[in-house]
Design a binder for this molecule. Sequence first.
Ligand code: ATP
Ligand code: MG
Length: 566
Amino acid sequence: MSETPEPSEKTDFIREIIAKDIAEKTHDGAVITRFPPEPNGYLHIGHAKSICLNFGIAQEGSNRRCHLRFDDTNPTKEEQEYVDSIVEDIRWLGFDWGEHLYFASDYFDQLYAWAVHLIEAGKAYVEDLSADEIRAHRGSLTDPGKDSPYRDRAIPENLDLFARMRNGEFKDGEKVLRAKIDMAHPNLNMRDPVLYRILHQSHHRTGDKWCIYPIYDFAHGQSDAIEHITHSICTLEFENHRPLYDWFIENLPVPSRPRQYEFARLNLTYTIMSKRKLLQLVQEGHVHGWNDPRMPTLSGLRRRGFTPKAIRDFCTRVGVTKFNSVSDIALLEHSVKEDLNKCAPRVMAVLRPLKVVIENYPEDKSEELEAVNNPEDPEAGNRKIPFSRVLYLEQDDFMEDPPKKFFRLAPGREVRLRYAYFITCTEVVKDDDGNVVELRCTYDPATKGGDAPDGRKVKATLHWVSAGHALDTEVRLYDRLFTAENPDAAEEGKTFLDYLNPDSLEVLSGCKLEPSLKAAQPGDRVQFERLGYFCVDEQDFVPERPVFNRTVTLRDAWAKISGKKR
Ligand code: ATP
Ligand code: MG
């Protein structure tokens, strides 16, 4: 049973505002949110927080919906590949926008008309200063800015120049359109912000129709207004953009008046989330693509074996607040373990095999033993696993000269093989270098199923796989991508790349898995008993010989931290 309430039962300051707005019929009782990704990268776990919030709210009552709107105002970094991946990832998380898929680029004509509207009202002007000069004129938090010499251009001249910007008569950076607000405003965003820039660049949707593009701030609120968004929810860094957001809404003939609310973005230990840095990891080959299972992207987490439910549960647990904080990655790992514990079938897999010969078991015999698929799920039933004379055990489960607290197999010692028999190690076979290459054991036929009729006990139960039946395949052990809790806070002379974990991926070949796994399909999730949760890699899938990725080990750091015993 989950100890955390379902999203709809958990409230936060945004849901409280919404409840009040509904009660007061502020937007005629409607709630329309949106998730507005820029298609310049793949979605990551931080986006999931925003998706779960926006789409979650829309699911929590009638007269509500959530739009998916691509904020595609910067053609230099945007691509269709990203649009497609974003659509796929949000669907995978379990959310649906129905008919309401939009692109800011759909509104370019309207935004242009509104820019003209501002010029006509004497509230925007064409600027000839360069980007550097504009910056130099901007002032600082303590000093007011300086008016541009072009600020008082006549309206007809501005209209003419803006039309010529659109017609492609000027080069990139030669001119911009700025709002005429207040160069001494205490909020720097209000000091005549740029509205349009010249970019002779094809757009992934509008092609070569435009060579001027609106700045994000000029597109965002107006897009919200066009779509009749009621609650425009964004992260805290936009808090000081809100006066500008409101200024546009007040000074343009927009069809509705959305309101902006800000919440704290998700930060996670041992993780970076800047798309620029994630792109760098991909481009420089530190990982194998955006969906590398070590990436914090949704496609990476999916390939790693995370379930949509685990990610949604995690977002609920993290909650929505106005204060920036850092969440523990152990909580994310805990969320996936909790979900998989309920739904992942248990199987046996030996990752680093050590050959074992049961000397008193007949050579030509094999038998089928009964195994429980999932002790947490009575409906999951049983399966048969083959047992025979030659088996594999985990190398770690044997020590020739064991220290005191090692209770697993050792010379002369008896242990239980899960679902099978008690075995006793009688001989250790070594190669010329002294490495253990094989164990000779005997089994007690009276202990079939794993219990001794005479009541004698053993201190360990080991997993095993029958050698003649095993699936021989590759298993990839993934670990955290960074060794530092906050890779972004690099010491002097270092960058986040200096904290990459050299052991974040270990590829094991020749692993021996129980034969039922030959039928495993891409994305299937299982627990390898005693080792962790694993899933079939989607990308490198080979029928009959699936490759497995480790999602997480069974150690639960979060349960320890939070003092809960599992
Ligand atoms: P960048 O990495 O370039 O800053 P971004 O993370 O802002 O980009 P967008 O595509 O603009 O990427 O984000 C879409 C939405 O997701 C925005 O509303 C943004 O506030 C939200 N979002 C992005 N990162 C996080 C995060 N870490 N936590 C919560 N919400 C986030
Ligand atoms: Mg952004």
